[in-house]
Ligand binder design. Structure first.
Ligand SMILES: [Zn+2]
Length: 329
């Protein structure tokens, strides 16, 4: 058996825990079990290309590397401790399984999201920073040097920036829905993309296509993390007007980038989103893409919204400006 054959047989690792639905933050938790059950009903979980593991709790030892003791106590007091611990544990295991080559790529369900959790504070349904915990674990245990985070959740990844903003080993590409005209490139390690909040697939997927491959390559990433919020869908609560088709399209771009840059090492972390219908189809199409399974027709039965010309123009201009500023155009 050649190495190539062996690697294509590695499964997509899915991390899940019933506490995510039972004890997660209500806005986010309601979608978790229906989305997982949909994977079962449609046969995705029966595929040999998919492996499901029950998430474990993240260790206290790792938590204190990322959050203050005061923060950890506040989470314990919040009532969302149990779901936060298994959500963070899911992310950590999703990263480790891919890094060790046990899985081709991975998807971590969560009951509490992570990107608004800073070192010493939290808000917006996020308690522990799942991405930062995944990264600290791999840095400390395996000396992984470079990570590339793509955050397409329409809300800003402020907690991730607080914890990892000074980390030389992390590049943070942070999309956020905004009416602001300005953009920020604070350093060569992070880029904020305040995208027009009424953007749909045309502009948004195109921006991912134009920004992710060159930035990931430039950062010499050894692993790509995708903080995926389906609150970016037109029917969900966040900004952006994405259709269901945007999710497999973005997965494809991220997989191709990971193949080209870091031997396919891609970890998807579930972030915002509440609508059960959207969660079921978006998560299904992402996982089926990750596992190399054919997409289901019903997961793509959604027409992209028409975009206004000025939205298209300002989105294109924003991406052009970022590429020029980073010396990539
Ligand atoms: Zn969000």
């Amino acid at each position: 058996m050649t190495n190539k054959t062996a690697s294509t047989k590695k499964p997509t690792l899915i991390l899940y825990h019933p506490l995510m639905a039972a004890k997660g933050y209500p806005v986010l938790a309601g979608r978790v079990q229906p989305a997982f059950e949909y994977l079962r009903e449609t046969g995705t979980l029966d595929s040999p290309h998919v492996k499901v593991e029950q998430a474990f709790e993240v260790s206290e030892e790792l938590l204190v590397q990322v959050h203050t003791k005061n923060h950890i106590q506040q989470v314990k007091n919040s009532g969302y401790d149990a779901a936060s611990l298994v959500s963070a544990g899911a992310a950590v295991r999703a990263g480790e399984g891919v890094w060790l080559g046990e899985a081709r790529n991975s998807f971590a369900f969560t009951g509490c999201a992570g990107h608004h959790a800073s070192r010493d504070s939290f808000w917006g349904f996020c308690y522990y920073n799942n991405s930062a915990l995944l990264i600290r674990n791999l840095q400390q245990k395996y000396d992984v040097k470079q990570f590339f985070i793509v955050d397409t959740d329409p809300h800003p990844g402020d907690g991730t920036r607080d914890i990892l903003g000074d980390d030389e080993g992390v590049f943070h590409l942070n999309f956020e829905a905004s009416f602001r005209e300005r953009y920020e490139i604070e350093s060569k390690r992070h880029v904020d993309v305040p995208f027009p909040s009424n953007s749909s697939d045309g502009s948004f997927v195109e921006a991912v296509r134009r920004l992710v491959p060159p930035l990931a390559r430039q950062s010499e990433a050894e692993m790509i993390l995708w903080n995926m919020g389906h609150d970016a869908h037109a029917l969900d609560y966040g900004g952006f007007n994405l259709s269901l088709r945007a999710f497999p399209a973005m997965t494809k771009i991220l997989m191709q980038t990971a193949d080209a840059v870091c031997s396919g090492k891609l970890v998807v972390l579930l972030s915002g989103g509440s609508e059960i219908f959207v969660a079921q189809h978006a998560i299904s199409s992402i996982i089926r893409s990750l596992a190399g399974l054919p997409l289901l027709d019903e997961d793509e039965k959604d027409e992209p919204k028409t975009e206004l010309e000025d939205v298209k123009n300002s989105a294109r201009k924003l991406v052009d400006t970022i590429l020029v500023k980073l010396g990539l155009k």
